[in-house]
Write a protein of this length. Structure first.
Length: 168
């Protein structure tokens, strides 16, 4: 908002020096007031912009921290789940080994080849059924683990989509 510079009008008669000083002082004070108002407006705008930038930076930092927390939680769930599945596989392997050892001990007491073949067939059938059952259990546990482990990350992705959709 530019204003016209004030001119000192002088009548035909010369103005007294005090009047010239007063008019000059008034013009300078008005100019200073306008400059001060512009500086204050600019300062307020810059301050508001900096506050917004700081808030945005804080929000990004907090969001990044939330992402890191979700990743850590997901990793903990995954590690615990893998440990549990490994224990389950080890227990199954131990049970299968024990069953095989028991069958081998039983073979020493068998008197006919037909009984040996029957015992081996029974062990093979039992082992196959258990393998299918245990594989199914491990597959289910693995799928459940994957869902649980990805849940914290999925929640963060959903939050990001919601948050940035509001901004856009």
């Amino acid at each position: 908002m530019a204003s016209k510079p004030k001119t000192i009008e002088t009548p035909d008669a010369p103005m007294p020096a005090t009047q010239i000083v007063e008019q000059s002082t008034a013009v300078m004070q008005e100019g200073m007031a306008q400059a001060t108002a512009h500086i204050e407006t600019t300062h307020a705008t810059v301050k508001q912009g900096m506050e917004k930038a700081m808030k945005t930076a804080e929000d990004f930092l907090a969001f990044g921290q939330g992402n890191m927390d979700a990743f850590v939680k997901s990793s903990q769930i995954w590690a615990t789940g893998v440990q549990d599945i490994t224990k389950q596989v080890a227990a199954t392997a131990q049970a299968s080994f024990d069953e095989t050892m028991t069958m081998l001990k039983s073979l020493t007491a068998v008197k006919s080849p037909k009984d040996v073949l029957d015992m081996q067939a029974s062990l093979a059938r039992s082992s196959m059924e258990k393998a299918v059952t245990e594989t199914s259990k491990i597959t289910d546990a693995s799928m459940k683990l994957a869902e649980q482990a990805i849940a914290p990350i999925t929640a963060r992705v959903n939050l990001a989509v919601e948050t940035f959709a509001k901004v856009a």
